[in-house]
Design a protein around this ligand. Structure first.
Ligand code: PNS
Length: 159
């Protein structure tokens, strides 16, 4: 069985991420969506909230598992006995950041490959960061994230 690890902050999951999961399943039998716990970024949503939102967004896709990890991604990839990391590329501006991550992981392990898939152009400019910024000021983000995520954002910013 071909398994890929799709790591990220997913704070929160967007249609861009879901597009990568759907595309990834054309190549892999199973995708493990792995939420990073110990990020240097300060998240809006807790790990449990993020995992719950991803589970809800992927509830009709059996080949998706949602998990979280601490520490180095490469150690997690080995623990899960996978050898491919899946990442999405939106615009050229993502490239330098992704190159750094993929190159670091290659230094740490030659056996693990990073595979990049391009998001649909409709999703090229969606990021969790701009979704949060829009939601913070009351904009309607339902075109960018699933309904339950939009509701969770609205609730978070009204607390
Ligand atoms: O969604 P993000 O925040 O762009 O995802 C970044 C992520 C989680 C893939 C990356 O920060 C990561 O893998 N961090 C874990 C620590 C690690 O393995 N560092 C070495 C590679 S940079």
């Amino acid at each position: 069985m071909k398994v890929a690890i799709y790591p990220g902050s997913f704070d929160p999951i967007t249609y861009g991420h879901l597009d990568i999961i759907h595309r990834g399943l054309k190549v892999f039998d199973k995708i493990i969506v792995a939420v990073l716990v110990n990020s240097s970024k300060t998240p809006l949503f807790s790990i449990e909230e993020r995992k719950k939102m991803i589970r809800e967004a992927t509830k009709d896709i059996q080949q998706v598992e949602v998990d979280s990890f601490n520490g180095l991604l490469i150690d997690y990839v080995h623990r899960r006995k996978a050898n491919v990391i899946l990442r999405g590329l939106r615009a050229i501006s993502d490239f330098e950041y992704e190159l750094k991550i993929a190159s670091t992981n290659r230094i740490l392990s030659e056996e693990v490959e990073t595979l990049f898939l391009m998001t649909n152009h409709k999703h090229s400019f969606i990021s969790s960061a701009n979704v949060k910024e829009m939601a913070q000021y009351g904009a309607d983000v339902r075109e960018l994230v699933p309904e339950h995520v939009a509701r969770a954002l609205q609730k978070k910013f009204s607390e």
